[in-house]
Design a protein around this ligand. Structure first.
Ligand code: C2E
Ligand code: MG
Ligand code: MG
Ligand code: MG
Length: 278
């Protein structure tokens, strides 16, 4: 009955759509203020190198402390920032801030920065990286950018050209959330990534589910054959860790080792992880 009455259905849903649109519009206005108002900060999550038995780097994760709503998680605002183009300015800030903070860390510790497709395709992007590196003085080989395969969706050739250009600057390139997209394998042929990050949906199940374990094993073997490193994302328990170690995964990231932490705590964590390993 509802299907026949098109107008009735529309009227029924209209207030809900309106509320969603209003909420999105408010989020957009708040996001504009957040940039000016310094409401963003970075947290850092360690990536533990299983081969060298030490922290190999940290991933910068954006945090928004909204003046009235408190902490707003990235999943709620990154998409709005992308739709409105605000991600360009936000991503610029993330890049500068991440590189700046990483200069205080030991030389072997890298910083990984998420780059959204819109930001990556923006013509100013190489310059943003160049500025972040030159202002901070961070060595380019300590910067790793994390992209998802969705950057390839409009025009593989230009993306690959840019990736080679960034690589020529010394920057490392990681393919994030591997396995969740449409045709991940073909992108592995188009560009020699430094690292593949195995999505946490596979990692979660690796210890209990034979098919998840088989998929992770296949990804690790494939990456190894292609001379790429692997990071397992979202490692939460010891069973997952031992399975991943056994499969030859290069590094792990997840709550088992540590949640994302404040920037001021990073150096202490590197120090205590080194003395624990010694
Ligand atoms: P991602 O790049 O895949 O980052 C990993 C996410 O997994 C982070 O969520 C991290 O907190 C979470 N995580 C880490 N270990 C575990 C674990 O053991 N269990 C579980 N359940 N989760 C774990 P977060 O910080 O909420 O970020 C979500 C996504 O938002 C990121 O996914 C990334 O796509 C995006 N994001 C975060 N910061 C930035 C940024 O600066 N720029 C852009 N463009 N995107 C960002
Ligand atoms: Mg990431
Ligand atoms: Mg990821
Ligand atoms: Mg993810």
């Amino acid at each position: 009955r509802a299907k026949q009455d098109g107008r009735g259905v529309f009227r029924f849903f209209e207030p809900a759509l309106d509320a969603a649109a209003r909420k999105r519009r408010m989020l957009e206005l708040d996001l504009r203020e957040a940039i000016q108002g310094g409401q963003f900060r970075l947290n850092f999550q360690p990536i533990f190198d299983l081969k060298r038995d030490r922290i190999g780097g940290f991933e910068a994760l954006l945090r928004w402390e909204h003046p009235t709503r408190g902490n707003v998680p990235p999943i709620e605002f990154i998409s709005v920032a992308e739709e409105t183009g605000l991600i360009i300015a936000i991503g610029d800030w993330v890049m500068q801030e991440a590189c700046r903070q990483a200069t205080a860390w030991p030389d072997h510790v890298r910083i990984a920065v998420n780059v959204s497709p819109l930001q990556f395709r923006n013509s100013g992007f190489p310059n943003v990286i160049f500025q972040a590196l030159s202002h901070s003085g961070l060595a380019p080989n300590r910067l790793e950018i994390e992209i998802t395969e969705s950057v390839f969706l409009d025009g593989e050739t230009t993306v690959v050209t840019l990736l080679h250009k960034l690589r020529a600057m010394g920057i490392r390139i990681a393919l994030d959330d591997f396995g969740t997209g449409y045709s991940s394998l073909s992108y592995l042929r188009s560009f020699p990534f430094d690292k593949i990050k195995i999505d946490k949906s596979f990692v979660n199940a690796v210890a209990e589910d034979k098919s998840a374990a088989a998929i992770v094993r296949a990804i690790v073997d494939l990456a190894t054959a292609l001379h790429m490193e692997t990071t397992a994302e979202g490692v939460e328990d010891r069973d997952q860790l031992s399975e991943l170690r056994g499969q030859g995964c290069s590094s792990i990231q997840g709550y088992l080792f540590s949640r994302p932490i404040e920037g001021e705590l990073v150096e202490a964590m590197i120090g205590s992880a080194m003395s624990a390993a010694a």
